[in-house]
Structure formats: structure tokens, C-alpha cells
Design a protein around this ligand. Structure first.
Ligand code: HEC
Length: 473
């Protein structure tokens, strides 16, 4: 007892008889003290966790791309909701302009960023004067972007099988052809004279930018290559290239000899995200099974391999400017930012199943139609969150293109359609591309008339409710 509560003179004085009352008091005091000590320890632990762990909330669709500014450390996110978010701390600023999902975003300098995605265009955003310039030329979606080391050139990787080279002085772009399938990613060499490209055709090519010609094939893989990074063993010019493929392989090549140095096949198809820490010592990959793996690039050991997302893939990864935090995006609308030192000790992301992945047998046919075919782009609540499409709350009786605050396409803006059971039925009988040509809503038809009727019945009830907040749908 004395040892436990040595600061308590009453119980420690041997002359004091141990009465029942004093024993109870001593035990109670001990209990309170150890509780207090426990609280201080856990509070301070929580405090140090809270200082590092955070989530970035605000997107209305899965996050497909993340970038960190090398200048000021702010974070940019690209989302399925058609928008780009710029985060200083946890406060977002939204950049609207893309007409489909945004797949990739990069910082050019402290003031300018570039983004691209499913609408085939790049947009250059000036964060200071809020101006934007659209760069057109690709004829299929853009999956990758890179900024040259001198920041005078942006390269784009597109599923039209070409690489775009866009001079930042506004002069005409050039296109490099040679891949036989979509290009997923491009990376500049450290001196800016060379460009590496990774393609669905399974090859990595090296391009001579001074002559705009293909130099050689760096490696060939049986399956498409999704992501790659360049790294350096000596802290100077790049000496290795790591890539992640559709068949789940992470491979490291020696750039001087072309030799394959390391192969990691963890049976997690496909590798979707890859990023290098600013000091070059940690390579992180994200895959289709929701795992994040961190490799130590000094000895190529695996430092961490943990299930980061309970549901769905990890699509986007980026280290913070100081390398201490790893930002990750996946099937949810949220970016998770983990302290790198203790990655696996946090709760995983995507603990709630997004509605479009929920079990079909738990829903009526109408709800199932909505969950699968509409919910990724439309909310049913008043404020609706940020989704690619306008909220469908109170859509029946609404004139098309009139929800305040939503940036409709010109087609819908001036339309005189009134949404009703009949017009929504027609919309998905014909498909939006036929019913309202020029709309931003992607083509999709619902062939079975019963499915359309069930969907409309469901919508009638669900869009009439006075639900507010982002809700689950
Ligand atoms: C990939 C995203 C996407 C999906 C999936 C999608 N929509 Fe849309 N929807 C949009 C966009 C974007 C618009 C705005 C179109 C425009 O401005 O041209 C829109 C507009 C609409 C409108 C007109 C709203 C208004 O205010 O005028 C209705 C109605 C609609 N969608 C219903 C649906 C239904 C029902 C489904 C599922 C069967 C669905 N949409 C699936 C993106 C989507």
C-alpha cells in the first residue's frame, strides 16, 4: 500500500493503525491517481496523434489523385466529383471547370496547378488571380501529368496512346506517338531532357525531348503499367525506376544497366498508386485490394504493409512536404492523412461501405438501381454534398438546369424540360446523350422498363423527404 501511494502520509506512517476507513480512502486515492495518470498518458498520446492524423473532407466522390506543393506544402486533390480541391490545412478551395471525373493534379509552382481527367482536357489554374486556361488536343481521357524540373513544360499521358507536351509560355503543344495503347503515366528525368512513359501496352519508353523522338524501350511487361517513379541511390541523378503493374507487380529497374533489381509480387492486383518520399528513402504503393506498402529504398526491405482501406482500392498517394505524413485517397470522398512513422496503428479508411457497393439483396429494386447507377454522382438531400451532378432533391416538377449554384452544361441551362416520371423515364430509355444531346451526364441507358419504373418510384419517395446534410445517398 505504501509503495503504491507513497505520497500519502496517512497510510505510510506505520504508527497509524490501518482502519477500514483509511484503507478504503487509500485505495480510492490510489485508484483516482492511477486513473489520472492513465488519462494524462492517453490524452497526451491522443494529442500527439491528433496533431498528425487528419482527414480532408468535402469531396462528393472518390479521390483519384493527390499532389503536394513542393513550394508551400499545400495539398491538391482530384476527384470523381469533377472538381479539384486545394487544401491549406483542412479548409478546401474548389476549382470547378472539368466536365467529367478529374484523375490527376500537379503543382507547377506556388501559384499554378494543372489538372486533367476524363474530359480529355488539361486545365491550368492560377490560384492567385483565379483564372484558368483549358488546353485541348487529346482525344481520350488523360491519366497522368508531369511538370518539368524547370517548370516550363507540362507532359500529359492519355488513353489516345499519345503523350502531350505543353509549353507553359502558351506556344503550340507537341504530341509524341509510339505506344500502341493508352499511356498511363509520364515522368521527367532530373535534368528535364528525357521523359519516361508507362503504358497499357505493357512497356516503358524513354523519349528524347530535345529532338521529340523515341529513344528506346526501357522495359516490357506482360500486363499494362499503371504507375512509376524515378529514384536515386546516391541522392543525385536518378539511378532506378520503380513501376507498378496491372498484374500486381512492383518492380525496380537499374537505369544504368536496364537490369531488374527487385520484384515484389504480393498478389494484389493491380498496383494503382505509387509515390516517393521527398528525401527519396521511402517508396509507397497502393493497390486494388486496399493495401498500402512502404518500401525502404536504401535496402529495399518492406517497412510497412497494411490494409489501409477496408473496402475498395487505394487510388492516390502523396507524401507531405516534410515526408512525415502519407495522404491517401480511395473509394470514399475523404482523404486520409497518416503519420508515416506509425502507419499501421490507425483505423483503416472506408469502414462504411459506400452505397454503390452495398449488398444488393438489402435493397428494393428501385433503390438498387439508384445506388448502382446514380448515387456516385447524385445526392438526394437538400444540400447534396459535392457530387458530379446536381442533387435530385425535389427534382419532380423542377425545370431542367435550374438548381441554384450548380454549373450545368449549356444544353441543360436553357432547356425547357420539366422533370417528371415521364421525362425521367424517357431520359434513361433513350440515354442522356440522345435525350439531351450535349449534356454532361454520361451516356447510360436502362433497358428494362421495369427497372426504370422501380427507379422512378424510388426517386419519387426519396427526393421528396426533407432530409438535409450530405446523407449517405
Ligand atoms: C457519372 C455521373 C452521373 C451519373 C452516374 C448519373 N448522372 Fe445524372 N447528371 C449528371 C450530371 C453531370 C448532370 C448535369 C448535366 C448537365 O449539366 O448537362 C446530371 C443531371 C441529371 C438530371 C437533371 C437534373 C436537373 O437539375 O436538371 C437528372 C434528372 C439526372 N441527372 C438523373 C440521373 C439518374 C436518375 C441517374 C441514374 C440512373 C443519373 N442521373 C446518373 C451526372 C450523372
Amino acid at each position: 500500500m505504501c509503495a503504491l501511494t507513497s505520497s500519502d502520509p496517512e497510510t505510510c506512517t506505520s504508527a497509524t493503525p490501518l482502519t477500514l476507513k483509511s484503507m478504503i480512502r487509500a485505495v480510492a486515492r490510489h485508484f483516482v491517481m492511477s486513473l489520472a495518470a492513465f488519462c494524462i498518458v492517453t490524452l497526451s498520446l491522443q494529442h500527439s496523434f491528433a496533431a498528425d492524423f487528419q482527414t480532408l473532407k468535402g469531396h462528393g466522390g472518390p479521390v483519384m489523385g493527390i499532389a503536394v506543393s513542393p513550394d508551400n506544402g499545400s495539398v491538391a486533390t482530384a476527384s470523381f466529383d469533377n472538381s479539384v480541391g486545394i487544401w491549406e490545412g483542412r479548409l478546401p478551395q474548389w476549382l470547378e471547370g472539368h466536365e467529367a471525373a478529374v484523375k490527376v493534379v500537379k503543382f507547377i509552382d506556388g501559384e499554378q496547378i494543372v489538372s486533367a481527367g476524363d474530359d480529355n482536357d488539361l486545365i491550368l489554374w492560377n490560384l492567385k488571380d483565379r483564372s484558368k486556361v483549358r488546353l485541348e488536343g487529346h482525344t481520350a481521357k488523360i491519366m497522368g501529368l508531369a511538370v518539368s524540373p524547370d517548370r516550363k513544360l507540362v507532359a500529359s499521358a492519355s488513353w489516345d496512346s499519345r503523350i502531350g507536351l505543353w509549353p507553359m509560355d502558351g506556344s503550340a503543344p507537341k504530341f509524341l506517338s509510339g505506344h500502341t495503347s493508352g499511356v498511363n503515366m509520364v515522368v521527367f528525368s532530373g535534368d528535364g531532357d528525357w521523359l519516361y512513359s508507362a503504358s497499357v501496352d505493357g512497356s516503358i519508353k524513354l523519349w528524347d525531348l530535345r529532338h521529340a523522338t523515341e529513344k528506346r524501350i526501357v522495359d516490357r511487361n506482360g500486363f499494362g503499367i499503371n504507375v512509376m517513379v524515378l529514384g536515386s541511390a546516391n541522392g543525385q541523378s536518378e539511378s532506378w525506376l520503380a513501376y507498378g503493374s496491372q498484374d500486381g507487380v512492383t518492380r525496380v529497374l537499374d537505369l544504368a544497366t536496364g537490369e531488374r533489381m527487385h520484384d515484389f509480387a504480393l498478389e494484389r492486383r493491380p498496383i494503382l498508386a505509387m509515390t516517393l518520399s521527398p528525401d527519396g528513402t521511402k517508396l509507397a504503393t497502393g493497390d486494388g485490394h486496399g493495401f498500402i506498402t512502404v518500401f525502404n529504398t536504401l535496402d529495399w526491405s518492406i517497412e510497412t504493409d497494411f490494409k489501409a482501406a477496408l473496402k475498395g482500392p487505394v487510388w492516390a498517394l502523396a507524401f507531405s512536404k516534410d515526408g512525415e505524413v502519407l495522404h491517401a485517397g480511395g473509394i470514399e470522398d475523404i482523404v486520409y492523412s497518416w503519420p508515416v512513422a506509425d502507419l499501421a496503428s490507425y483505423d483503416p479508411m472506408a469502414t462504411e461501405t459506400p452505397v454503390f457497393l452495398q449488398k444488393p439483396e438489402d435493397m428494393s429494386n428501385g433503390e438498387r438501381q439508384f445506388a448502382r447507377k446514380c448515387s456516385i454522382c447524385h445526392a438526394l438531400t437538400v444540400d447534396g454534398g459535392r457530387k458530379a451532378g446536381p442533387t435530385l432533391h425535389k427534382v419532380f416538377g423542377r425545370r431542367a438546369g435550374t438548381l441554384p449554384g450548380y454549373a450545368y452544361s449549356e444544353t441543360l441551362n436553357g432547356s425547357d424540360i420539366i422533370w417528371s416520371a415521364e421525362t425521367i423515364d424517357q431520359l434513361f430509355l433513350d440515354g442522356p446523350d440522345h435525350f439531351i444531346p450535349g449534356t454532361k451526364m454520361p451516356m447510360q441507358r436502362i433497358i428494362q422498363s421495369e427497372d426504370r419504373l422501380d427507379l422512378i418510384d424510388y426517386l419519387k419517395a426519396a427526393t421528396a423527404e426533407e432530409k438535409s446534410g450530405r446523407g449517405k445517398l
